[in-house]
Design a protein around this ligand. Structure first.
Ligand SMILES: Cc1cc2nc3c(=O)[nH]c(=O)nc-3n(C[C@H](O)[C@H](O)[C@H](O)COP(=O)(O)OP(=O)(O)OC[C@H]3O[C@@H](n4cnc5c(N)ncnc54)[C@H](O)[C@@H]3O)c2cc1C
Length: 306
């Protein structure tokens, strides 16, 4: 947890950001987590995963736009993704993940909602699901409220809940009652003790509680984790509770634990790979570094060797 706080805390310093985004040193590791910079790269990575029997969620990297114009541009870029998915032979296996701050949440709820509804309407025409990712805790309430407002008109959306937040058990109930799809994750941001559990054991424990509730009473939940111990416990739960394999899906990040992804698929589970792409990869990349000290060691080792 200390390593995580250190990386997430220092990553916001502009000189460090410049160093990481300009230096070639980080490129091999960035490419491990990010499918490429263009939509062509993303579609090609998605189709490769689909050919292995996996499902995909595409994320055009970008968050916290500065103006309404940028929010409109982000929406248009997502519309282009929808059209490309609709034209793919793997259309039914690919969906979209989006951050509401990319659609203008910092510019106001109305701006983000207008863009979100336009996008959902276009996606609905092609039967494509669009999930609102969950960002830092300052946005949680507004993201949940947005889903509550748009879901009655667009059943092709849902969101993400983070087990580290104290408020999540209440949000699980809300989303089950609403009928919206939930992706359960541990949570990737640096949050204070006033809003989030700080100990890994507690976050894991809360994850299991939320995931089990969603598996029993949720609506096609997504169990998103690379944590093998949690996966094993939930697999056992699914058997003892007689939960159908096709009533939920596992989700994992592109480039992480491919062995687990393919193993679960071979066991007959639905597995979706979250594929990020685009040139705005820095915040996503630092969150992935923060999750695993070994990722940073990989860079240090390549520097020493080079
Ligand atoms: C599909 C998907 C979507 C997500 N969406 C969101 C979201 O909307 N909002 C949000 O806050 N968070 C999101 N996350 C991130 C999540 O909150 C966690 O930060 C992340 O999944 C790591 O937690 P873990 O459950 O894998 O468990 P951990 O305890 O962090 O990791 C378990 C094991 O997984 C492997 N592993 C985990 N991370 C890495 C890594 N970066 N590099 C290499 N190996 C790794 C290691 O073997 C590690 O021991 C998402 C995660 C996934 C899988």
């Amino acid at each position: 947890m200390l390593f995580r706080s250190l990386i997430l805390g220092t990553s916001k310093f502009p000189p460090l950001r410049r160093l990481v985004t300009k230096s070639k040193l980080f490129r091999p590791l960035v490419r491990r987590f990010v499918a490429g910079e263009t939509l062509d790269d993303a579609i090609s990575a998605a189709e490769t995963e689909c050919e292995k029997g996996l499902f995909v969620s595409l994320d055009l990297l970008g968050e916290n736009v500065a103006t309404e114009t940028e929010a409109t541009q982000a929406r248009r870029a997502y519309e282009e993704i929808i059209d490309r998915i609709a034209a793919s032979p793997h259309k039914s296996e690919i969906n979209i993940s989006i951050k509401l701050t990319a659609l203008g949440l910092d510019q106001g709820d109305e701006v983000a909602e207008r863009n979100f509804r336009t996008l959902l309407s276009r996606a609905a025409q092609h039967d494509i699901f669009v999930r609102a990712d969950m960002e830092a805790s300052e946005y949680t309430e507004r993201t949940i409220a947005m889903i509550e407002r748009v879901f009655p008109d667009f059943a092709n959306t849902g969101t993400v809940l983070q087990s580290y937040l104290h408020r999540t058990p209440g949000d699980v109930t809300k989303m089950i009652d609403l009928g919206a799809r939930v992706r359960i994750v541990k949570g990737a941001y640096l949050e204070p003790a006033s809003v989030a559990h700080q100990e890994k054991e507690r976050v894991d424990q809360e994850y299991l509680i939320a995931a089990k509730r969603l598996l029993k009473d949720g609506h096609y939940p997504a169990i998103a984790t690379q944590d093998q111990a949690i996966i094993e416990e939930l697999k056992q739960f699914v058997v003892t509770e007689n939960i159908a394999k096709d009533s939920f899906e596992w989700q994992m990040l592109y480039g992480i634990r491919r062995d687990l992804q393919e193993g679960l698929r071979k066991e007959g589970f639905n597995v979706r790979v979250y594929i990020p792409y685009g040139d705005q990869w820095y915040p996503y990349f630092t969150r992935r570094l923060a999750e695993r000290p070994a990722n940073l060691l990989f860079i240090i080792r390549s520097t020493v060797k080079g």
